[in-house]
Design a protein around this ligand. Structure first.
Ligand code: NAD
Length: 332
């Protein structure tokens, strides 16, 4: 298919573990220019492209990208203020904490009500949060936003792999995702870890959001830094159901997160089991390379989906799509 020749001007919402990794990744891309980044205390914007090193230095020194010399602005409403530059932003990667559970959907709605016309991709994890975004389909289609929900790793890369693997089967019996994540310390990915704790027995999203950093630390001390997660409420299920691959009840997601070691505690796999048209039952398993980090497996697909969404938007496709509806396009 034809290639788009433009360079997309990209904004990253959130400057934590994933947002900072997205900044580093964008610095290596010639088909995308990183024009904006926002955190809870400010934002940085430069229509000609941000200096990734200056953004990182400012954040390391002051704790906010809003102090970046030349491009930074300190503000308590970075997203609202950044919207003033909406006409100079082609694509938005949402790497915000989804705490509370409707936070990211409200940010998406805010972009739409502002009249933003561009593409947006999230790395949402929860089924209930993805459902809230899916409900915005008509609004986003009306405004002219092309949106990919669940464009990270799981959901995202693994969900897409499941949708491809399913093609060998006449009927899919199950999709089983098991992820392994290793990070050197939990503070680099506070939202990710809090949202994972919300899946543990006895916790929910509100309880995880209320936990102080000290409380998270003592929970991790009790578990030796390991989080074992089973039967998670992960949007891979609704995404595969909406794409017509399999009923959501047949999708299971679990994983092991080591918050004290960057090596993966287990390999990340997705296994699709089904029956073929000629009566055989079999399973395809896709395994991620152990050396690939969570950041690589989330930000890479997110930008691939952004490129695909932009390509579709130029062909008049708008509204909410999922990571199982479209193939990410490779960003050079
Ligand atoms: P983090 O806690 O490290 O960083 C969050 C960032 O958002 C911070 O920079 C913070 O200042 C900023 N922020 C918070 N409120 C804001 C606001 N109102 N306006 C502007 N900025 C604001 O987060 P993280 O660990 O990088 O995770 C980001 C998201 O990615 C989480 O929702 C997590 O669940 C998701 N995630 C998805 C996958 C996947 O595979 N789908 C994997 C990992 C993480």
């Amino acid at each position: 298919m034809s290639e788009t020749r433009e360079v997309l001007r990209v904004a990253v919402l959130g400057a934590g573990g994933l947002g900072a990794a997205a900044t580093r990744m964008l610095a290596t891309k010639r088909e995308m220019t990183h024009v904006a980044i926002a955190d809870s205390r400010g934002y940085a914007f430069d229509a000609d492209g941000l200096d990734a090193g200056a953004v990182a230095d400012a954040q390391a020194t002051t704790g906010t990208v809003g102090s970046t010399p030349g491009s930074g602005v300190a503000t308590g409403d970075a997203i609202g203020d950044l919207l003033r530059h909406a006409a100079d932003i082609d694509g938005v990667f949402i790497a915000l904490p989804n705490l509370p559970n409707d936070f990211v959907p409200t940010v998406v709605e805010r972009f739409a009500r502002h009249g933003y016309q561009g593409v947006m991709v999230d790395a949402l994890k929860r089924t209930s949060a993805a459902e809230l975004v899916v409900k915005l389909d008509l609004l986003l289609a009306h405004v002219g936003i092309t949106y990919v929900v669940g464009g990270g790793a799981t959901p995202g890369l693994l969900t897409a792999a499941a949708a491809v693997a399913a093609q060998s089967f006449a009927e899919v019996h199950s999709v089983d995702i098991n992820f392994g994540v290793g990070i050197a310390n939990w503070e680099t990915y506070r939202a990710t870890i809090r949202e994972d704790i919300a899946h543990m027995p006895g916790y929910d999203v509100d309880a995880a959001q209320r936990m102080t950093d000290d409380e998270v630390q003592s929970l991790l001390d009790e578990t030796g830094g390991i989080l074992e997660l089973r039967d998670m409420e992960h949007a891979d299920d609704i995404i595969l159901e909406l794409a017509g691959v399999v009923d959501r009840k047949r999708v299971t997601v679990g994983g092991i997160v080591d918050t004290r070691n960057p090596s993966k505690p287990v390999s990340t796999t997705v296994t699709v089991t089904g029956a073929t048209f000629d009566g055989r039952v079999s399973a395809h398993t896709f395994t991620l390379g152990d050396e690939t980090s969570m950041a690589a497996n989330v930000c890479g697909p997110a930008f691939g989906y952004m490129k695909a969404a932009h390509w579709l938007s130029t062909r008049g496709v708008h509204g909410v799509l999922s990571s199982a509806d479209v193939m990410p396009r490779f960003v050079r």
